[in-house]
Design a protein around this ligand. Structure first.
Ligand code: BF8
Length: 645
């Protein structure tokens, strides 16, 4: 699909700030992406630096021409590189899950003031998966036992992760047969690192089997534990109105942005921002109040649970600072750019690091501990408030777009089924009767190698135009929110069938399900659709797919691998990290289908990607015997413009 223009972004407020940055000699990731060209050898997975005999470089155009010093071929090397991306992604999500589990136990023991066990219904449901008795017990007792059992799964050596039992029976059988049911979360990551060490696992298919088991420990393990325990502690999201884009920053208030991933800190910042003493202090400093907003996935977490506005996605973190209006950006872990402190030096903005695992030179470190969360978050906000009088000229773009977020799998259930018969039946029925052609998860990052936000927005418009319900997480959801796709009125851009469903229920055609660990909600939603009946007996029978059109993070690779292993087609844009090895690529793109009934695909063009997805969904419908003559509607620029809300 041709890009609408040669601009680096389709987001107006981002372009406005980038234009100012250019005129004022400020550098951002958009500039660095031009200066630093991607290495073609590394990009195709053709470089091995796992020992000091190398690094050994292969020629991606002539893959079998050379061997590494140890004799390793390109296929082994590419598989090791890919597998290490999976291990890193799994580690990131799971370390997040571990911290949540630890705080959850402490909350149950009442050792961490400010944290509590909020959602009792979800506590009981989740407890059942871990065989924790609930009858006649206090919520704190149940929570403590559940938390201890979840935490034990990180160090577990044998057995299986309990959450895998939420998948359809057929899927669980297949995992068992293929030997990819995860045993313990840390164990799978450690074994992956061991097997990709020099001179250990050399069979690329065997390496990929462990990479699959490792990714499974993310999706059905660490990520799922994070999501479920967060919901119990902070509340399960329900749909609520909020705002997105840089326009959420306020010229007359103390602007604090919370950026990163773990809501343990963000939740407490939300509380502290309402503290009357701090609000009073902000007023004494001449501000109208404290304006909290989020960025990236920690932003998604507090957006979903509190309606806190989201200032932007991954590629807007530097742009927020360039507005000159941010008193403090508080960061924890993941997806934080190292350029922030030096950029902030050009303004009055304070960059505050909070996590002992993630420090940055040039930032102020105020270490966060759950046991003293209330005082520490107040201290962080005081730094921001004291900084307000130092603010210079500001340039806040006006875009502040309405959105609805908060579609947990429970709220999708409730919304479609109603309060008296909350179920996936209406969704399944609408898929069977053809009003909804299928469901696609559009997830993942931004990447300055491609036009910011356009991959997400163009693809999603084409999907909903073809009656495909879109569920989103991560920076993809923020991109579409900014484009006005997350409001019920966006149903006017949907095909006739999907529009009818959206208008009846009053929901948007694109549902924001949360942060990247919340992709586990999509796994559960798919499992529930199978359980509801009428759409086959396994996730692989469903007319569904997953897409990450602008991915950049290793976490995205792990997410993709667990969705493939769960039976889905997963398509990535931008670049594909195994192209140096035709054999490994064939294994992932074709042979995985025989193994897991799911497979990878790579397509950088949003239009072609949409066509591939629609074709896949049509085939699934045909196999289910529910296909109707639904031709793909092609959207040229004119058609798309006529759909603008
Ligand atoms: O964890 S989508 S850029 S913020 S990695 Fe990072 Fe990618 Fe955004 Fe969410 Ni997920």
């Amino acid at each position: 699909m041709p890009q609408e223009n040669n601009k680096p972004s389709i987001c107006k407020s981002s372009l406005e700030i980038l234009d100012w940055a250019k005129k004022n000699g400020m550098e951002t990731a958009f500039d660095r992406a031009q200066k630093v060209k991607p290495c073609p050898i590394g990009a195709s997975g053709s470089c091995c630096k796992n020992c000091a005999m190398g690094p050994c470089r292969f020629n991606p155009k002539k893959p079998d021409e050379v061997k590494g010093v140890c004799g390793a071929d390109i296929h082994t090397v590419a598989a090791r590189n890919f597998a290490r991306m999976v291990a890193s992604g799994t580690a990131a999500h799971s370390d997040h899950g571990r911290e949540v589990a630890k705080t959850f136990i402490a909350a149950a023991r009442k050792e961490v003031p400010g944290y509590e066990i909020k959602d009792e219904a979800k506590l009981k449901q989740t407890a059942a998966f871990y065989n924790v008795k609930t009858e006649g017990r206090k919520k704190e007792e149940i929570a403590e036992e559940l938390g201890v059992k979840c935490l034990a799964e990180f160090g577990q050596q044998d057995g299986i992760l309990q959450m895998t039992k939420r998948a359809p029976a057929k899927r669980q059988e297949l995992w068992k047969e293929k030997g990819v049911t995860p045993r313990g979360i840390d164990r799978e990551v450690v074994e992956m690192m061991h097997r990709t060490h020099m001179g250990v696992d050399m069979d690329y298919k065997n390496i990929m089997q462990q990479a699959t088991r490792c990714a499974m420990a993310d999706g059905w393990g660490g990520s799922m534990i994070a999501t479920e325990l967060q919901d119990i502690m902070f509340g399960t999201p329900v749909p609520m109105r909020a705002k997105a884009n840089l326009g959420v920053l306020k010229a007359d208030q103390v602007n604090v942005i919370i950026h990163g991933h773990e809501p343990l800190l963000a939740e407490m910042i939300v509380r502290a921002s309402k503290d009357p003493e701090l609000v009073k202090l902000a007023k004494e400093k001449g501000a109208r109040g404290i304006n909290l907003s989020g960025m990236c996935c920690t932003g998604n977490e507090i957006l979903l649970r509190h309606g806190v506005p989201i200032a932007g996605n991954f590629l807007q973190q530097e742009l927020a600072i360039l507005t000159g209006a941010v008193e403090a950006m508080i960061v924890d872990v993941q997806c934080v750019m190292q350029s922030l402190p030096s950029l902030a030096q050009c303004f009055h903005t304070k960059i505050i690091t909070a996590n002992p695992k993630a420090k940055m030179q040039g930032a102020q470190h105020i270490e966060f501990h759950e046991h003293d969360a209330v005082n520490i978050t107040k201290k962080m906000l005081t730094v921001a408030i004291e900084n307000y009088p130092k603010r210079g000229k500001v340039r806040i773009p006006k875009e502040e777009v309405d959105m609805i977020a908060g579609f947990s799998h429970e709220s999708i259930n409730y919304m479609l089924g109603g309060s008296f018969r909350g179920s996936y039946r209406p969704l399944n029925d609408n898929i069977i009767n053809g009003r909804i052609r299928g469901v696609v998860g559009v997830v993942g990052c931004n990447n300055p190698r491609v036009q910011h936000d356009s991959g997400h927005v163009n693809l999603v418009k084409e999907l909903i135009g073809n009656d495909i319900l879109v569920v989103e997480t991560g920076c993809a959801a923020i991109a579409c929110a900014k484009d006005g796709l997350l409001i019920p009125e966006a149903a006017s851009m949907a095909g006739k069938g999907l529009r009818e469903v959206c208008e009846t229920v009053g929901m948007p055609p694109v549902l924001h399900c949360g942060s990247c660990v919340d992709n586990s909600r999509i796994l559960i939603a798919c499992s529930e659709m199978v359980r509801e009946g009428g759409l086959g007996t396994d996730i692989s029978d469903l007319p569904v797919a997953g897409v990450a059109p602008e991915w950049m993070s290793e976490k995205a690779i792990s997410i993709g691998q667990y969705f493939v292993a769960s039976g889905a087609l997963v398509a990535f844009g931008v670049t594909w990290p195994t192209l140096g090895s035709p054999e490994l690529t064939k294994h992932l793109f074709e042979e995985h289908e025989k193994l897991y009934k799911g497979k990878w695909a790579f397509e950088p063009d949003a239009g072609k990607m949409a066509a591939m997805i629609i074709d896949h969904i049509n085939k699934k419908r045909e196999a289910l015997g529910i296909s109707k003559a639904q031709e793909r509607k092609l959207f040229d620029m004119e058609a798309r413009r006529s759909l603008e809300v």
